[in-house]
Design a binder for this molecule. Structure first.
Ligand code: HEC
Ligand code: HEC
Ligand code: HEC
Ligand code: HEC
Ligand code: HEC
Length: 236
């Protein structure tokens, strides 16, 4: 299923549940209290990071990743097992509730196998952060990979350079994509390209860089063509 379309469906249900009942979201209500700035500065930092993250902006709440009981102000009841879903070996399950395509690709990777075996490979939060989650930037990705893949560790030290190379191409695609999305006259083609893009960024999570590079080159070519056509269409 397409995650981008699936996610709004979930959000709709969440909004229905929240809107249809009398309770507010006590997790956010309590954690955003400015008094925490003094009493619990570290905890308040978590709230502030979350608030401006893609998830905060999309209207998620603490309960969406941490569980617990969002209907009570009783500390013990609210916090039942809130750290369980964010333990390193559970994170892919928690994030995968919404990002199904990335999870499905990730669990086929060697990263995942090693993560399960001895915990020395990255989980979703290693690369994306947790509370402060934001769009990925190429420079940050490279340093994330370098953390484990470097000359000193000897663990596939060529990986960060390759990842950087491919991600820069994906960035070029992103530029073409926003132009084609706005100006492309052939909407069927635009939809097809968008689907291929979603698939490519999900396939990333298999960490098969050879295949990802091939697919990236192919999609870049298709977008380059579509952009040229869109420029022509606009001049007509
Ligand atoms: C009435 C205020 C209040 C509510 C409601 C509340 N929290 Fe908290 N939360 C706190 C305080 C205070 C702490 C600091 C730890 C403590 O003293 O228990 C905390 C700590 C936490 C922690 C860190 C726990 C740890 O052991 O390190 C998480 C995660 C958390 N809250 C998530 C949530 C979630 C999810 C909800 C809703 C389901 C929620 N909170 C509801 C006040 C609240
Ligand atoms: C998108 C999912 C997500 C949301 C939403 C989220 N968290 Fe988290 N949170 C995580 C993950 C994942 C970790 C573990 C980070 C790690 O292991 O690097 C974490 C860790 C924490 C911790 C540190 C716990 C510890 O002792 O290690 C606190 C405190 C916390 N979150 C509070 C909150 C509060 C309060 C909210 C709402 C304002 C919230 N979180 C919303 C995913 C989320
Ligand atoms: C309750 C559903 C939900 C959960 C759980 C969730 N997310 Fe998200 N995530 C969203 C929504 C909604 C957006 C913003 C809309 C979108 O997909 O572009 C988003 C956006 C993102 C983005 C930016 C996507 C982009 O288009 O650039 C990343 C990266 C991300 N999430 C990773 C994670 C990770 C890692 C976790 C677990 C720690 C997680 N998410 C947990 C719903 C969720
Ligand atoms: C080893 C690092 C790494 C791990 C582990 C990882 N990702 Fe990613 N993720 C990336 C990179 C790199 C991209 C950037 C590709 C791009 O520009 O979209 C990405 C992109 C994404 C996106 C945005 C796709 C888009 O629309 O652009 C989402 C959502 C996401 N990842 C979720 C997850 C989830 C959920 C997990 C865990 C199951 C996970 N990631 C694990 C590196 C990682
Ligand atoms: C927490 C450590 C860690 C991080 C961070 C990390 N990796 Fe890895 N990665 C590993 C380990 C361990 C292996 C297995 C090495 C081996 O098989 O010898 C691996 C293997 C790989 C492989 C080979 C895949 C295969 O199927 O064998 C690729 C490609 C890869 N990583 C890409 C990346 C990229 C890209 C990033 C950054 C976005 C990244 N890794 C971040 C630990 C990490």
């Amino acid at each position: 299923m397409n995650a981008k379309r699936f996610v709004p469906a979930i959000m709709f249900v969440l909004i229905l549940i929240a809107g249809g009942s009398a309770f507010a979201d006590e997790c956010l209500d309590c954690h955003k209290d400015p008094a925490f700035k003094v009493q619990h500065p570290k905890l308040f930092n978590y709230y502030e990071e979350f608030d401006t993250s893609v998830h905060g902006v999309a209207g998620l709440s603490c309960v969406d990743c941490h569980g617990g009981d969002a209907r009570t102000r009783d500390l013990d009841k609210a916090h039942v097992d809130v750290l369980k879903p964010v333990k390193f070996d559970q994170i892919h399950v928690t994030c995968g509730q919404c990002h199904t395509e990335q999870r499905d690709a990730f669990v086929t990777s060697n990263h995942f196998r090693i993560l399960e075996e001895d915990g020395t490979a990255p989980n979703c939060a290693t690369c994306h952060g947790a509370m402060e989650m934001d769009f990925i930037f190429v420079t940050r990705v490279k340093s994330t990979c370098l953390f484990c893949h470097n000359e000193e560790s000897g663990v596939l030290p060529a990986v960060p350079g390759k990842a950087d190379y491919v991600l820069n191409k994906i960035n070029i695609i992103k530029g073409y994509r926003s132009f084609v999305d706005t100006h492309g006259k052939d909407r069927e083609l635009v939809a097809e390209l968008n689907q291929a893009y979603d698939k490519l960024t999900a396939d990333w999570h298999e960490f098969d860089l050879v295949n990802v590079e091939k697919d990236t080159e192919k999609l870049l070519g298709a977008y380059r063509k579509a952009k040229a056509q869109a420029v022509k269409d606009r001049k007509k």
